[in-house]
Every structure is written in structure tokens, then in C-alpha cells.
Design a protein around this ligand. Structure first.
Ligand code: C2O
Ligand code: CU
Length: 432
């Protein structure tokens, strides 16, 4: 709804009961429902406001993952919403059109809040009349018809069908043995067009997927922060927790294909089976109708962008080990890094452990300059806000801190394996 020129949304975090399988319900949490959340949409250039009410019996927050916005609107651990309260965030959509998401960020409890179901998508649509809009309209773009949200979360259930929240001592956190899409076990997607765009979000708290269609490729058109420069045919797309990818799938009339998660290549992990590297899943059954409406060809060029490494004036290094970054656990009262507004920086991030981590930076979309000293693979050449860290390897990220100087309120960077984040693998920076 538009109020005084501001596109305004109201969402409520609430407890409920949800059926992942028909006839079998479990207690869950959701935004405006028992599980998941509404897809929020706004266009680049619009002012938006979201009023978030907390009807849970504990404090939570609503963080706009991947959004460029002022730090006090970010919904991180410094913007907690007490039970019964409403928090209003308002900002201007000022970044490339893309698929973002929102989820709670209470320090020490994020894994549990996300796992119970507090997760929604936040689409940034292209500005009317922009070049990106023309591309977007050539891609499948009818919500729920040929432009499909695919929010993936792994769960484990007790014998009685209740969600298992605490599964103890796994190195990466909670690894469920049941994969759900949009809150459904064993989902089926009927398709009536020649092409379908899947907006893939790994909303799992710990598990990394490697998604693809057996025996054929998918066409990658966008990563976390927007369109890639040109479409890329991929056999598999690896997504660690928090990462997104948009892929276009082409179908023949009457055929049935299974979006599958293959055993993910997690790099040189010391105990592969314990971190999910040996797990494979059927994720989404896609069934094409006997007649398919024509879809346009995917354009050969999608967008252009690029930060020049020579323009970076500051370098920083972040070493992740156990639950510490550069030897320190998260401290809400400590600012770890101070960034000057208007600078372009290169951050080198290193996983010093023999198990998986990843790295997410608030406020910015970055570009990956290198992975293990080599140029990034095609799927990492788009705008990103979260990147997988193979053990022992460094990634170099370039990012620009354009505006929103505010010495009062920090942004976060952290591992998006949420138990790691909860246990301290997080730091804070201010832009001044
Ligand atoms: Cu998706 Cu700091 O989080
Ligand atoms: Cu981690």
C-alpha cells in the first residue's frame, strides 16, 4: 500500500502450526502465517517502509539480507523487537534489482528463529523504463506462473512429527534429513510455459546444496545481488546458507524433471559426511504440461557493472577460525572495523578451519575478485553478499561503501552458518 509516497508493508512474526506434509502438523513460527513469510516486492527508486510486529513470546528482529540501507534500518541485533512491539524501518531502494530475503537476527538465537520458519523473500523489481526492466520482461517474470520462488530449508522431525530444534553437537549446526521447498515436503511444480525461472534461496541454517537437473544444464541469470553480465549454462549451482541464484530452466511438453541437490563440493573438509558433503536430495519435481506457452529466448547480454580493483584504497583481512574472526568472538559493544564513507575496499577472507564457513557482509553487494588466488568461476562473477569459504582458501572481495555514514550504528559481517554466527563468528563495522 502507498502511504504518502512510501510503499508500506505490515508483517507480524507469530507462532503457529504448519503442515510440511498433509495431515501432519508441527509448531512453527512465521511472518503473517504459520511458516515462512509473504514475498515483499518494491521497485528500485521507491521508498519503502516495513512495520514489523512481534507476536512471539521472545524478542526477535527482521533483517533485510542483501539490502543497501542505513544501519539503523538494517534489522540486525541492535534493532530488536520486544514481544508485543512494532518496529518500523524505512529506506530508499537504491541498488540493482534482485532477489533478497528477510529473516531475524537476534544475537545468539538466529539459527533457532530461522529454522522455525521466520524467512521471507524480498524482491527488488527494476525501475519502470530502465534497461533492466526490458531484460526482466524478456525473462520469465510472472510470479508463481513462470517466475517461481524456491525457498529451500532442511528440517528434521521427531517420530511424532514435531520439528527437532536442537540436534546437539554437529560442527556446522543443524543438518536436517528432510528437504523442504516453500514449507512443503516433496513439492511438485506444474509448468505451462517453455521456460521457467527459479529464484533459489538457500534458507537452511547450515546445509550447502549443489542444485541442478540430472543430465542437463540450467541457465544462471542472477546471483545474490542481481543479474549476471551474461547467462551461464551450469550443471550445478552451489549455494551455501543465505546465497541466492536465479536460473532459467527449459522444458519440453509433457516432460518431468527433478531439481536435485547433488553431493556438494565443499572443498578440503576433514570429515565430509559430518558436514553434509555426502548428502544428495530430490528438491523439486517439475512437471511440464502437454502444451507449453512460448517463452522468449534468454537475452545474450543481461547487464553490466564492475568495480575497478585499482580504485580500492583500503585492504582488510578477515581470518575465520572456530568461532572467532581475527582472534575475537562477536562483542555487541565492540566496533571491529571503521570504514570511511565513499571508499572502495578489498577484503580478503580466509577460512582457517578444515570445515565449512561462509561470509556475509551487510549493507553492500560485493564482487569476488579471486578464489584461492584464481579468477572466480562464472557463478561467482555477479553481485554477491554471501560467499562460500572452502577450508584453507582465501577469497578476495571488492566493495564500495557509498553512503549512510553513521558512527552510532554498526553493520555486521559474519558466517551465515547460523550456529557459527550465534556462537560468535561475527563482527561489526561502522561507516563514518
Ligand atoms: Cu542473512 Cu547478517 O544475515
Ligand atoms: Cu562458519
Amino acid at each position: 500500500e502507498m502511504i504518502d509516497g512510501i510503499r508500506t508493508f505490515w508483517i507480524t512474526a507469530q507462532p503457529g502450526r504448519h503442515e510440511f506434509r498433509p495431515g501432519q502438523s508441527t509448531s512453527t513460527w512465521g511472518f503473517d502465517g504459520s511458516y515462512g513469510g509473504p514475498t515483499v516486492r518494491a521497485a528500485v527508486g521507491e521508498r519503502v517502509a516495513v512495520e514489523v510486529t512481534n507476536d512471539l513470546d521472545e524478542a526477535t528482529s527482521a533483517h533485510w539480507h542483501g539490502m543497501h540501507l542505513p544501519p539503523d534500518m538494517d534489522g540486525g541485533p541492535h534493532q530488536m523487537i520486544e514481544p508485543g512491539d512494532t518496529w518500523r524501518a524505512e529506506w530508499l531502494i537504491d541498488q540493482a534489482p534482485c532477489t533478497l530475503w528477510y529473516h531475524p537476527h537476534p544475537h545468539g538465537a538466529t539459527e533457532r528463529h530461522v529454522y522455525r520458519g521466520l524467512t521471507g523473500l524480498f524482491y527488488l523489481d527494476p525501475a519502470p523504463g530502465s534497461a533492466e526492466e526490458a531484460v526482466h520482461e524478456q525473462l520469465p517474470h510472472t510470479y508463481g506462473v513462470d517466475d517461481i520462488p524456491v525457498v529451500i530449508g532442511d528440517k528434521s522431525f521427531s517420530d511424532g512429527g514435531e520439528l527437532v530444534i536442537d540436534d546437539g553437537g554437529n560442527e556446522v549446526g543443524l543438518l536436517g534429513d528432510v528437504v523442504t521447498v516453500n514449507g512443503v515436503v516433496g513439492p511438485l511444480l506444474p509448468v505451462r510455459t517453455e521456460r521457467v525461472r527459479l529464484r533459489l534461496l538457500n534458507a537452511s541454517t547450515a546445509r550447502t546444496y549443489s542444485l541442478g537437473l540430472p543430465g542437463r544444464t540450467v541457465t544462471l541469470v542472477a546471483t545474490d545481488g542481481g543479474l549476471v553480465r551474461e547467462p551461464v549454462a551450469l550443471e550445478q549451482v552451489r549455494l551455501s546458507p543465505g546465497e541466492r541464484a536465479e536460473v532459467v530452466v527449459q522444458l519440453e511438453p509433457g516432460e518431468e524433471v527433478m531439481l536435485h541437490s547433488f553431493e556438494p563440493d565443499l572443498g578440503n573438509v576433514v570429515v565430509p559426511f559430518a558436514v553434509g558433503a555426502n548428502d544428495a536430495f530430490d528438491v523439486l519435481r517439475i512437471v511440464a504440461g502437454s502444451e507449453l506457452a512460448p517463452s522468449e529466448d534468454v537475452p545474450g547480454e543481461l547487464t553490466s557493472f564492475g568495480l575497478d580493483a585499482a580504485s580500492a584504497t583500503v585492504r582488510r583481512e578477515f581470518r575465520l577460525s572456530d568461532r572467532e574472526i581475527n582472534g575475537a568472538e562477536m562483542d555487541m559493544a565492540r566496533i571491529d572495523e571503521t570504514v570511511e564513507v565513499g571508499t572502495t575496499e578489498i577484503w580478503t577472507v580466509i577460512n582457517d578451519d578444515l570445515s565449512p564457513h561462509n561470509f556475509h557482509v551487510h549493507d553492500v553487494q560485493f564482487e569476488v575478485l579471486s578464489v584461492g588466488g584464481s579468477p572466480p568461476p562464472p557463478e561467482l562473477r555477479g553481485h554477491k553478499d554471501t560467499v562460500y569459504l572452502e577450508p584453507g582458501r582465501a577469497v578476495e572481495l571488492i566493495m564500495r561503501f557509498e553512503d549512510y555514514a553513521d558512527p552510532q550504528w554498526p553493520y555486521m559481517y559474519h558466517c551465515h552458518l547460523l550456529r557459527h554466527e550465534d556462537e560468535g563468528l561475527m563482527g561489526q563495522f561502522v561507516v563514518v
